[in-house]
Design a protein around this ligand. Structure first.
Ligand code: FAD
Length: 263
């Protein structure tokens, strides 16, 4: 099946690592079910919602294919995978929900697509300080549903809520429908943990703000996978509103007045 897919924008690399051998090494880190060289998995992670990539895909072309898909289960596995990849000159592209619209998940140079969907746990709900700590691969809807069950809301509602992840929101500096009320993701971020390409783990602190020095958390906001892998995120949360009401605005041509009405 892959033979007829043209390598539209895939870059060539020399020398080509021995991926069969590397797959075995990655399996010792993430378990046998955490590594795949199957065509279906490689195709599933070859693109996101970047319109050009989607059009190519509908025409039977893959923008670029990873050689392996690797699913780590926690932060220390991410660190080990990155260390091994670095030592073997293997490119790594982080893949979360795949809803990004800029082609950031396309593995331009092949190598590993590091898929974070197995890192989807809620690590801590701090009801007193209104904060929650989660793993990056937690789906947006699941995140909000979890908070609602406990009487809270995350206040973050991008149109892609159901197909994006909390880590993807931070990596892409996302905004949502209620950002005018709750703020954008950069306003919600309290701290994060990330793994650098050499496997070193860095983490911020759960402080409202710091008056001195740059914050590592802020460097990762909107970094789209270029600086490392975000492995843990602490966000602000709010009590679930007691009442909700919505309104719509009908926009008419300039010559007429726009008139709001309740729904
Ligand atoms: C229908 C639709 C509606 C959308 N609506 C909105 C909207 O309202 N607001 C908005 O802001 N965006 C919107 N988007 C864009 C997209 O959903 C967001 O950018 C989202 O935050 C991406 O999250 P994801 O988990 O799907 O990330 P992915 O698409 O998997 O990844 C996006 C980029 O971030 C990197 N990345 C992902 N996770 C990590 C991580 N843990 N560590 C390091 N790098 C990482 C990837 O390598 C890639 O470069 C929309 C997209 C679609 C298709």
């Amino acid at each position: 099946m892959l033979d007829h897919l043209s390598r539209t924008i895939q870059e060539e690399r020399h020398p080509e690592p021995d991926y069969a051998l590397l797959a075995e090494k990655f399996r010792t880190i993430v378990g046998s079910e955490g590594v795949s060289a199957a065509e279906a998995d490689r195709l599933a992670n070859c693109r996101d919602y970047w319109p050009m990539g989607t059009i190519w895909f509908m025409k039977g072309k893959a923008p670029a294919l990873p050689d392996l898909v690797v699913w780590p289960r926690n932060s220390s596995e991410v660190a080990e995978v990155l260390r091994l990849a670095s030592a073997n000159n293997v490119p790594v592209t982080t893949y979360a929900g795949g809803s990004g619209a800029l082609g950031g998940t396309i593995p331009l140079q092949g190598g590993i697509s590091l898929d974070l969907k197995r890192m989807n746990r809620v690590l801590k709900l701090d009801q007193d300080n209104l904060m929650i700590t989660v793993e990056p691969g937690l789906n947006g809807s699941r995140y909000e549903e979890y908070l609602n069950r406990h009487g809270f809301t995350g206040g973050h509602f991008p149109q892609s809520l159901r197909c994006s992840t909390v880590g993807g929101w931070v990596a892409c500096r996302a905004a949502g429908t209620f950002s005018t009320r709750y703020g954008k993701i950069e306003d919600m971020l309290v701290s994060l943990e990330a793994v650098l390409p050499d496997g070193k783990v860095v983490r911020g602190r759960n402080l409202p703000r710091m008056a001195t020095g740059p914050r590592i958390d802020h460097l990762f906001l909107g970094s789209e996978g270029t600086l490392g892998v975000i492995t843990e995120i602490t966000l602000r949360i709010w009590p679930y509103p007691e009442k909700r009401s919505t309104a719509r605005m009908l926009l008419r041509p300039l010559s007429r007045l726009s008139r709001p009405f309740a729904s």
